[in-house]
Design a protein around this ligand. Structure first.
Ligand code: ADP
Length: 169
């Protein structure tokens, strides 16, 4: 059984086997969680991301997929980069958001990670409504078979924390 825990705070301050990054498909950094992870994790992460762009992901990491790199100076062994979908009112992209959590857990299993910290993927610049994103995140983790022992959602503010807490109840 995977334990799901909630923390309000900065994901770059967490200690975990793997920290998930809400990346964009370029893998070359951005704002929000992505910017914070590269800032605190240092240049080793970007260096591996650049190598991935030059090899496996020449066209970028597709939305809904996940790939791992070093965690640099973060208190973790790996950063798992996943690309969330931009929210759309005219198109249901929830399968892609669910895929981010599933593919990140699959990457974590392949690495042997036992504790994984997730941000609320797609709820920042990509504008996904928080309560709906929390429902998809919690449902997907609950329904994905994995060897990960703890999935920790790290929510930046109280509004995000409350949305996830409501889903867990
Ligand atoms: P996306 O492009 O997938 O929407 P963002 O990084 O813009 O990604 O936002 C995702 C969520 O992460 C938002 O809810 C945002 O408030 C939150 N966030 C931003 N910085 C951090 C951080 N350092 N730690 C945890 N969560 C963060």
């Amino acid at each position: 059984m995977t334990r799901i825990t909630l923390v309000q705070g900065d994901i770059t301050r967490q200690s975990a086997d793997a920290i998930v990054n809400a990346a964009n498909s370029s893998l070359l950094g951005g704002g929000g969680v992505d910017g914070a992870i590269h800032r605190r994790g240092g240049p080793a992460i970007l260096q591996e991301c650049r190598a991935l762009r030059a090899s496996r992901y020449g066209k970028g990491l597709p939305t809904g997929q996940a790939v791992a790199t070093t965690a640099g100076e973060l208190d973790a062994c790996w950063v798992i980069h996943t690309v969330g979908p931009v929210y759309s009112q005219s198109e249901d992209r929830s399968a892609l958001l669910a895929s981010c959590y599933r593919e990140s857990l699959k990457a974590a299993d392949e690495l042997g990670a036992r504790t994984v910290a997730f941000p609320a993927v797609s709820t920042g610049v990509y504008r996904w409504p928080m309560q709906d994103a929390a429902r998809i995140a919690v449902d997907t983790v609950r329904n994905t078979p994995t060897s990960v022992e703890e999935v920790r959602f790290v929510l930046f503010d109280e509004r995000a924390y409350d949305a996830f807490a409501t889903q867990l109840r």
